[in-house]
Design a protein around this ligand. Structure first.
Ligand SMILES: Cc1ncc(C[n+]2csc(CCOP(=O)(O)OP(=O)(O)O)c2C)c(N)n1
Length: 275
């Protein structure tokens, strides 16, 4: 697939957001807030950066992606569909009995999924293992891990951050979806993360901050991360808005999880069309 232009990526992100609404309706409910906040990041990765082949999902040399914030599967699985891993009819069964797609992604069942996640705090440790494996095997694929900011309360992340810099994993990119909310409130009220960039730096990472909804800025930052010549692993703190694109969800802690009635789904899709 040729890499999409910035304008094409913006259009694709809208398509993904619309599909997140549809999938929530098909499933009956979902974690739409964090799925919508990370939609631009997923779109940039899957349609411009990741070296993958949907026809050959287990290709040894593919770039690896780990959705550490596994509850956002309702954003990730539709993205895999858009990238060509499986048809929309399968997506319509999201989180239904016998579907390969549960609310949290299972790499034994989902084509294109590199790690099973859902229990927060495990994606970065797994990513360290994959990146270290690539180094040992002298393979030049990248490993990208998408974390939630609330997820960064988990101590296992800090052990992984320490190991990543110890092993100089320049092939590892951590992206934090910094939407400022977790399940039960603002991150800074529940368990403050700031000064967040300083923490990653203190653990030996190169840190970039960007607007996670500005496609140009996001891609420029990912370009730097991909060309990493800093000798350190790279963390991107992408500032986002929970529920981005939907007027009655944006920046609202209640957007973490829920269901839409048909009027809300219609309104949500209208809002996304007008973005
Ligand atoms: C180990 C673990 N503890 C608790 C949960 C329940 N849980 C699901 S989502 C969530 C909040 C996560 O917040 P954040 O990482 O900021 O996600 P986002 O706001 O991007 O959706 C929690 C605590 C979990 N999935 N795993």
């Amino acid at each position: 697939m040729s890499k999409l232009s910035i304008d094409e990526l913006k259009a694709k992100a809208k398509e993904l957001r619309t599909l997140i609404i549809d999938t929530t309706v098909w499933a009956g409910s979902g974690h739409y807030g964090g799925a919508l906040s990370s939609a631009d990041i997923l779109t940039a990765l899957y349609f411009r950066f990741l070296n993958i082949d949907p026809a050959n999902p287990d290709w040894d040399d593919r770039d690896r992606f780990i959705l550490s914030k596994g509850h956002s599967g309702i954003g990730f699985i539709p993205c895999l569909h858009l990238r060509g891993y499986f048809p929309v009819d399968e997506l319509k069964n999201f989180n239904h009995f016998m579907s390969p797609f549960g609310m949290h992604p299972d790499c034994k069942k989902v084509k294109g999924c590199d790690a099973s996640t859902g229990s927060l705090g495990h994606g970065l440790p797994m990513g360290v293992g994959m990146a270290l494996g690539a180094k040992v095997l002298k393979k030049d694929f990248k490993t990208v891990v998408l974390l939630g900011d609330g997820e960064c309360n988990e101590g296992s992340n800090y052990e992984a951050m320490m190991a990543a810099s110890h092993y100089k994993l320049t092939n590892l990119i951590a992206i934090v979806d910094r939407n400022g909310f977790m399940i039960d409130g603002p991150t800074e009220t529940v368990m403050g993360l700031e000064p967040f960039a300083d923490k990653w730096e203190a653990f030996g990472w190169t840190v970039y901050e960007c607007d996670g909804h500005n496609m140009q800025e996001l891609c420029d930052t990912l370009d730097k991360a991909w060309a990493n010549d800093t000798g350190k692993p790279v963390a991107i703190i992408a500032k986002t808005v929970k529920g981005k694109g939907v007027s009655f969800l944006e920046g609202d802690v209640r957007s973490h999880y829920g269901a839409f009635d048909s009027a809300q789904a219609e309104q949500a899709k209208q809002d996304i069309a007008n973005m």
